[in-house]
Design a protein around this ligand. Structure first.
Ligand code: ZN
Length: 208
């Protein structure tokens, strides 16, 4: 509550004009999908302002494939972002030290927590992608798996095929606060350096 007061009195002041301009509309460029983990602050690590990121967070940054979820909260957000808001990028951002990935790789069961248990079962296939992955390797594989799941949504496939939407798998190392992006050609995660960002812009056009 003290934080709210501080924001209202001081810290929010520089944002007043921005929020006024955003009062009736939003035009985010990116759907950012990440874990609920308290150590990830999407706007901080991407240095973006209010109105830029449409964010979906859940335990393990999981997007169930189309029509596999009885109450598709994630699917609704994906379709709204891609089909209504018209985002041009979708980023799935996994991270180091993920509790969800730790539970999956250790085979830990949550019999007393049935909702958590059912939810994590959606990412258990990361196990099948590689034998005995470490939690951090599983987190990286999981982001790739969720990008595949994104492609099961018709609106995502259509917009990507038209060239208006790009999908990215990111991995955030909490200890070093470094971000890595999956490079399809190299088949590995690459550190997002200034040089690499310039190179990608030269190949694919400017990014946000
Ligand atoms: Zn996590």
């Amino acid at each position: 509550m003290r934080g709210v007061e501080r924001f209202h009195k001081e810290a929010g002041e520089p944002y007043r004009g921005l929020f006024e301009s955003l009062a009736d509309r939003q035009e985010p460029h990116t759907l950012f999908i990440t874990c609920s983990d308290s150590r990830i602050v999407p706007n901080l690590i991407t240095q973006t302002e209010p109105g830029e990121l449409f964010i979906v967070r859940n335990v393990g940054n999981i997007i169930p494939p189309f029509e596999t979820d009885n109450l598709p909260a994630e699917g609704a957000a994906v379709e709204y972002a891609a089909g209504v808001l018209g985002v041009s990028e979708i980023i799935v951002c996994g991270h180091s030290g993920c509790g969800a990935m730790g539970a999956i790789t250790s085979g830990k069961s949550f019999d007393e927590l049935p909702s958590l248990s059912r939810w994590l079962s959606r990412a258990r296939s990361v196990h099948m992608l590689r034998e005995r992955p470490t939690p951090d390797a599983a987190a990286r594989l999981n982001t790739l798996l969720q990008v595949k799941h994104l492609a099961t949504y018709a609106v995502v496939r259509k917009r990507a095929a038209e060239g208006g939407l790009r999908l990215h798998a990111w991995y955030y190392d909490i200890g070093t606060s470094e971000l890595f992006e999956w490079d399809e050609q190299l088949g590995e995660f690459q550190l997002l350096t200034t040089e690499r960002i310039r190179q990608m812009e030269a190949e694919h056009g400017p990014r946000h």
